[in-house]
Design a binder for this molecule. Structure first.
Ligand code: ADP
Ligand code: MG
Length: 882
């Protein structure tokens, strides 16, 4: 529980520029109970002692092997308690008053004089009572009023105003259960340190700062079985068994990282007597607790803490000087006096069960102390920062700051020189030797920062409420000497004087009663204020407790939140990393999309350009084609017009030169080629074919009766003649089935033809015999599809005025374009003449619609059908007759 709030920073680490000093170890040899007992340890000088092995050990080795140990000082069995105090504890007391911390502990086996050294006896006091004596001797006249310094329950102190301190004094007197022991009166029991026979130490520390005021606080704790108990705490009372076992305390770290026992009772004492009262009370409780716990005092560590609180006084006001930071205004130093448990090993205790456990624990915590010091020494030697296991035991954990921070550490090794204790003593010596190699940091002198002007207004004190009472006793007594027996004057004067006095007395009584009432009223008021303050203080105390538990909750919550925060930050980092990865992926994808889009746009524009180009090309081609077709058609029309004109001319000429009927003669058929867009029409007359001389036409056989049949055959020489460029492409060798059954005739009889008579005596004998035929009056494209032969019935009036019927025959050949070409190859002429009479008479009626200009056979029979299937409908529509 070392450093306190308001103190110079304590967390100086060894080797960081601060001065260090070794742990000072002293050796004290106690006198033998029986002077004749053999000894194993002897002091040879003030610093050295020799450990001699037991007799049996000598016998075993054959030679005496003495071990020599050096100490800061070796106190032999004749050294007085005073001398030990002066050497060991006095410097610690001086440090304490200078605001430095100190730890003093006694180490040794049971019955080696530890308690004697630490506490002593009333007539020969040990270190602790002497420390208290010297402390109070030193600060006498410089002590602060009680309760001006108040523990804040968190190992620190606060300053109260004088008024608050006074209130607290009154409260503690009213509630004695809470108060510290009153200054012991005569005859009070102070245990072994009763005032009777106690020899107080008159020593005092000379070098004391008289500009400060001081207050002393003590606490008394015990560590047993690695549990911490407060020896000054009221034990819980059990109505049946008496006292209940005490509750153990926990260790905590204060705001300066110092260890302290939480909720440990700290008592402010104003004199050594009060301290002894506390000590006695603690020891008494310790005994009770040990009974309750079935424990033994030699198995426990007892720690008596003296805390000195000091603050600078303002010279003008006699009040505590003010500084900016109130914490810096208070210096708290501490001296811990530790009476350790016996260091003997477990097997030596000869205990079983619970006791075994206790002994084990005691040794365990001393073992941890030993380990800690060894590691500390090793770290200091090697510079390695190995972890010192302070937390392994409550003892080392509590004093961690002395070894880790700063403060003087001193140890008195108590030795019982009895030879039979040799085995234990050698361990004690080794530990002591090792301990003095450990370095601790020196404390710094405390300096206060005092402000120029005082800031606290002196609060009113009780005296201020009591009016000054000045009483006039009136005139002095008159002479009481009676001169003679009739001296009435003197008696009268005396009577007057007494009357006057009585009056005065009555007035005074009235005044007194009035003032008494006033005082009472003020007292009641003060009482009321006090009660209010008391309840307020109770409230604040409960608030404080609540706050403390709340702080604990918050601390644990903070820890869990910190854990969660770590986890969250780890997750956050993970998420951040994933986010970055996804972002980079997204960027890649976006880039790809952009690239693809650009590519698409490029392709689209390219396609558009090509499409446009193609369209233009197509349009151009179409235009060209159209122009070509138009030209061709125009040429055809012109040619036809020309032919028509020629025909007209011929007809007209013939008519003019021969007979009037000559104009009906069919003009000599000529090979003709007709071209329409997508179709070719072709016709050839027999005349042309014979004139060509190729494929001589078979001689037409004579028809019986009067029928004259002329036939013409052509076609084969068509190519020889030369096909016009736009002649429909067909295969002239196209073969249809030869069977007559397969021949289908397309019998084309244009409307207006004179019907031939086939019945009666006038009937026509020579008649075309067509097995399968289809008669049409007007050519349709569909009709040409099935037929293989074509026959056109053409009627005309011959020169004799007789009706001449010509049957013009041809083959129907499919063209390359899917149309049909008719190749004329035969003409049969039928005439009917009456015998014996030259007068020709046509039995056939005249065509009713004959207009005299209708002579163009070829025009009527020339057809071609466009063959392209995709243009069939269009082509079919375009079937034309010329
Ligand atoms: P510890 O506390 O180590 O178990 P104690 O201090 O109780 O031992 O001492 C055991 C006994 O020895 C006590 O009776 C004590 O009075 C006595 N004793 C110890 N040291 C000395 C000493 N230096 N001078 C006189 N008597 C002593
Ligand atoms: Mg003891």
């Amino acid at each position: 529980m070392p450093p306190q709030r308001g103190k110079t920073p304590r967390k100086n680490k060894n080797g960081s520029g601060s001065q260090t000093e070794p742990v000072e170890v002293y050796c004290r040899i106690r006198p033998l109970d029986n002077p004749d007992d053999p000894v194993c340890l002897k002091a040879v000088n003030t610093n050295t002692c020799i450990l001699t092995p037991q007799e049996n050990a000598i016998a075993r080795n054959g030679q005496v092997k003495e071990l020599q140990y050096q100490f800061q000082y070796v106190f032999d069995e004749y050294t007085s308690q005073k001398a030990v105090y002066d050497y060991v504890a006095m410097p610690l007391m001086e440090d304490l008053i200078k605001g430095k911390n100190g730890l003093l502990f006694t180490y040794g086996i049971t019955s080696s004089g530890k308690t004697y050294t630490m506490t002593g006896t009333p007539d020969d006091q040990g270190l602790m009572p002497r420390c208290l004596d010297v402390l109070f001797n030193s600060i006498s006249g410089l002590q602060a009023k009680k309760y001006v310094f108040k523990p804040d329950r968190m190992n620190g102190f606060e300053i109260q105003t004088d008024a608050d301190a006074m209130m607290e004094r009154q409260r503690r007197e009213i509630l004695p259960g809470l108060t510290t022991p009153k200054t012991p009166g005569r005859g009070r029991n102070h245990g072994e340190f009763g005032e009777h026979g106690r020899m107080s130490d008159p020593t005092r520390v000379e070098d004391i700062d008289e500009g400060n005021i001081y207050a002393v606080f003590v606490s008394y704790i015990e560590i047993y079985n690695n549990y911490v108990y407060d020896l000054l705490e009221e034990l819980p009372h059990d109505p049946i068994t008496g006292y209940k076992p005490p509750q153990s305390k926990i260790l905590r770290t204060d705001s300066n990282d110092n260890m302290y026992v939480m909720n440990c009772v700290e008592v402010e004492i104003k004199s050594p007597q009060e301290a002894f009262e506390v000590l006695y009370k603690g020891q008494k409780r310790r005994k009770v607790a040990h009974t309750a716990l079935n424990a033994e005092s030699s198995r426990s560590h007892s720690i008596f803490n003296i805390r000195l609180v000091q603050a600078p006084l303002d010279a003008n006001t006699d009040m505590i000087a003010q500084v900016q930071d109130q914490e810096k205004n208070i210096c708290v130093s501490q001296l811990s006096l530790v009476d350790l448990a016996g260091s003997e090993r477990t097997n030596r205790t000869k205990n079983t069960g619970e006791r075994m456990k206790e002994a084990g624990n005691i040794n365990q915590s001393l073992m941890v102390l030993r380990n800690c010091l060894e590691l500390l020494r090793e770290n200091q030697k090697t510079g390695l920062g190995k972890l010192v296991p302070y937390r392994d035991s409550k003892l080392t954990h509590l004093f961690k700051n002395y070894f880790d921070g700063d403060g003087k550490v001193r140890m008195v090794v108590c030795v019982n020189p009895k030879a039979i204790e040799y085995d234990e003593t050698i361990h004690v010596m080794k530990f002591a030797e090792m301990t003095q190699e450990v370095l601790v940091t020196k404390s710094q002198q405390v300096k206060f920062e005092i402000l120029e002007a005082p800031m606290i207004k002196k609060p009113p004190v009780i005296e201020d409420y009591i009016p000054m009472m000045t009483y006039s006793l009136g005139p002095t007594f008159p002479s009481l000497e009676v001169l003679h027996c009739r001296d009435e004057y003197t008696l009268d004067q005396l009577s007057d004087f007494l009357d006057e006095r009585n009056r005065l007395k009555e007035n005074l009584m009235i005044d007194f009663n009035r003032k008494q009432d006033q005082f009472r009223a003020q007292l009641v008021k003060i009482e009321k204020e006090y009660n209010e303050m008391k309840s307020r203080s109770h409230e604040s105390q409960s608030v404080l407790e609540k706050r403390e538990s709340y702080i604990q909750k918050l601390e644990s919550r903070l820890r869990s939140l910190e854990k969660r925060q770590d986890e969250t930050s780890r997750q956050f980092k993970e998420c951040e990393r994933e986010r970055r990865e996804l972002e980079s992926k997204l960027q890649d994808k976006n880039m790809k999309i952009r690239q693809e889009k650009t590519e698409k746009d490029r392709l689209r524009s390219d396609f558009r350009n090509r499409l446009e180009h193609n369209n233009q090309q197509w349009e151009k081609n179409l235009q060209k084609e159209r122009n070509k077709i138009e030209n061709e058609l125009e040429g055809q029309i012109n040619e036809k017009q020309h032919k028509l004109n020629m025909l007209r001319h011929i007809v007209n000429t013939e008519t003019d030169s021969d007979t009037p009927t000559a104009r009906f003669r069919t003009p000599a058929p000529k090979a003709r080629t007709y071209t329409t867009p997508g179709k070719i029409m072709s016709a050839r007359s027999e005349t042309d074919m014979s004139s060509v001389g190729k494929n001589p036409v078979p001689t037409p056989r004579s028809r019986t009766q009067t029928a004259t049949v002329t036939s013409a055959r052509s076609m084969h020489g068509l190519n020889k003649v030369g096909t016009p460029k736009n002649t429909p492409q067909y295969n002239p060798r196209h073969r249809r089935s030869r069977s007559s059954n397969a021949e289908i005739w397309l019998d084309h009889r244009p409307p207006g033809s004179v019907e031939l008579v086939f019945r009666g005596h006038d009937c026509t004998v020579l008649q075309p015999k067509l097995k399968k035929k289809k008669s049409v009056s007007k050519l349709e494209v569909k009709d040409t599809k099935e037929a293989t032969k074509y026959i056109l019935t053409h009627q005309d009036i011959d020169s004799a005025g007789e009706l001449e019927t010509k049957l013009i025959k041809g083959n129907m050949l499919p063209t390359a374009g899917g149309g049909t070409a008719v190749v004329f190859n035969d003409v049969e002429t039928l005439k009917q003449i009456s015998p014996g009479s030259r007068k020709r008479r046509s039995s056939c009626p005249q065509p009713t619609d004959y207009d005299g200009d209708w002579t163009d056979v070829e025009d009527r029979c020339g057809i071609a059908i466009e063959g392209h299937s995709r243009k069939r409908s269009r082509g079919t529509e375009k079937v034309s007759r010329v």
